[in-house]
Design a protein around this ligand. Structure first.
Ligand SMILES: [Fe+2]
Ligand SMILES: [Fe+2]
Length: 136
């Protein structure tokens, strides 16, 4: 059983961003399965570590796109990324001593954040007017 299925509704239209989102969804689903089946703490931490590392890499990619396009919403969008990593880091720190053997809403929080953030913030990165392109 998966928590979220990738669908075209999630696509923001930038191939590398969509690919990253698909990979993140796969790992969130993997985490959900582990937590739901009482997975061992090392495997749970492996999934959390993968989600953290992939997210950080993915955010850098999006932030580069924003900078290249001189995107006005850069600061707000970047702040959302930073808040997410901070929160995920806290959850990972908390779970090192007491790795959850049940979900407790963690994978739900991850999936909601990813879907909301990609539809609200990431979707705005598609077809940004390039400041370097000439006006028609
Ligand atoms: Fe994203
Ligand atoms: Fe983003």
């Amino acid at each position: 059983m998966v928590l979220i299925d990738w669908s075209e509704d999630f696509a923001v239209g930038i191939p590398e961003v969509d690919k990253d989102h698909q990979e993140l969804i796969e790992d969130i689903n993997g985490l959900y399965q582990q937590l739901g089946s009482g997975g061992d703490e090392l495997t749970v931490m492996d999934f959390l570590t993968a989600v953290y590392a992939e997210s950080r890499e993915h955010f850098i990619r999006e932030e580069e796109i924003m900078l290249e396009q001189d995107y006005q919403g850069y600061e707000d969008h970047k702040a959302e990324h930073e808040r997410f990593l901070e929160r995920l880091g806290e959850l990972m720190g908390a779970s090192q001593d007491d790795v959850p053997n049940e979900d407790g809403g963690m994978s739900l929080w991850l999936s909601h954040w990813l879907v909301n953030h990609s539809q609200v913030h990431d979707a705005r990165l598609h077809n940004l007017p390039n400041k370097n392109s000439k006006a028609p």
